[in-house]
Design a protein around this ligand. Structure first.
Ligand SMILES: [Fe+2]
Length: 398
């Protein structure tokens, strides 16, 4: 495809953090790498499902083989990083006399670990005031040593300097940023992802795809993010169907883990857009897992945005492997939307908002629409989303 006419905002900043390491079996290096960071007593942050599946033990046994002491395992994390659990995690870390952390899990685990590390560094007992502050940049300093092993390929949380925190009392998802909250080393070990069930593999993979597509079409889009996002799309379209069909295919699992981190680096500075704004509200009010909410909203929001930035969607269509030669950008954009619908079908994602009892009634959707309209990601959507636009988008997804 010939490079289309692409414009971008004349000022942007791109942060290159953390260090990323990749290898099947990489967990054997955790003790050595943590020692290099200065950590001696580690707490593993994780969830009970990963303990039961034996994934945590795969990491813990490597810690025990090394000089790194295992101070404890905090496995109380549930879906979404929650303020009460973050506070309990920080208390656990202190009680164990730990000086470093290892996150083993998906987005909820990694975001909880980030928030705990901020509290440890700042001597805080309650994360709520920090979550309410949202941007924790003033006077921010490096945090204690932190290594993350993502066990899902989708959230990209291992590379982002943001956390999404569920405020249970307010029924809202808060977005909190801190320049050093992401781990020091993202250790990508695809062997930790082979037990991930097909459905979760599918929707977390679409989360990564959404990060790439929204990162490239964001109002903050820029060439570095384009390069990352377009390659993530290539990898996802090739390897996600294989990872869903053959869960033990380590090549597919490895490429999906890489795609997730690459897509994370794409959107970390450009932000996302309408898919994430509407998905955050669906998560907060209807408990729909983040990746699944994105999977439902992605083609609908893409269709809504297609005529705003057609050249950008043309690059996306090309990265998906579609033949866009001789196509007009708007036509290519429509092809990209169709390709997402086909990919979802291929990987068995047929859910709609109806399946989660989201009412097919504009009046009853008001709280959902208001919550999405107040989400910080709305302003990065290429077409500014007013409440009436958001309502239209939700009605199309039901
Ligand atoms: Fe996401």
């Amino acid at each position: 495809m010939k490079y289309p006419n692409i414009t971008f905002e004349p000022l942007f900043s791109w942060v290159n953090r953390p260090r990323i390491m990749y290898s099947p079996g990489l967990r054997s290096e955790v003790g050595y790498e943590m020692a290099q960071l200065g950590g001696k007593r580690a707490v593993i942050f994780t969830d009970k499902g990963l303990v039961a599946a034996g994934i945590v033990e795969m990491v813990a046994e490597e810690v025990r083989k090394s000089d790194l002491e295992l101070a404890g395992v905090f496995d109380s994390i549930i879906q979404d990083a929650r303020i009460d659990i973050i506070n309990a995690g920080a208390a656990f870390y202190r009680k164990c006399g730990a000086d470093c952390m290892i996150a083993v899990g998906g987005g909820s685990v990694m975001d909880t670990a980030k928030a705990v590390n901020i509290m440890i560094s700042g001597g805080n007992d309650d994360f709520q005031p920090l979550a309410d502050q949202a941007g924790l940049w003033e006077g921010a300093k490096q945090l204690p040593p932190h290594i993350a092993f993502p066990t899902t390929a989708g959230t990209g949380c291992e590379v982002t300097n943001a956390m999404v925190v569920l405020d249970v009392a307010a029924h809202a998802k808060l977005q909190v940023t801190h320049p050093y909250c992401n781990c020091d080393i993202a250790m990508l070990d695809p062997e930790l992802t082979i037990k991930l069930p097909a459905k979760i593999t599918a929707f977390t993979g679409i989360d990564a795809l959404t990060h790439a597509i929204e990162g490239i079409t964001s109002t903050g889009a820029e060439p570095i993010a384009d390069a990352l996002g377009l390659h993530a799309i290539r990898l996802i379209f090739k390897y996600l169907p294989i990872a869903v069909k053959n869960p033990e295919d380590i090549t597919a699992r490895g490429h999906m883990l890489l795609a997730s981190s690459i897509a994370g680096m794409c959107f970390v500075n450009t932000m996302t857009g309408g898919v994430h704004a509407t998905a955050h509200a669906l998560g907060a009010l209807y408990g729909i897992p983040h990746g699944l909410a994105n999977a439902i909203m992605l083609p609908v929001v893409m269709a809504f945005n297609a005529s705003e930035v057609p050249e950008r969607y043309m690059m996306i269509a090309d990265a998906m492997g579609l033949d866009v030669k001789d196509k007009k950008p708007v036509e290519a954009a429509k092809m990209a939307v169709k390709a997402v619908v086909s990919l979802k079908k291929k990987i068995g994602l047929t859910d709609t908002l109806k399946d989660f009892k989201v009412p097919n009634d504009p009046a009853k959707l008001k709280p959902l629409v208001e919550l999405a309209a107040a989400d910080g990601q709305v302003s990065y959507n290429p077409h500014y989303l007013e409440e009436e636009d958001i309502l239209k988008i939700y009605m199309k997804a039901i």
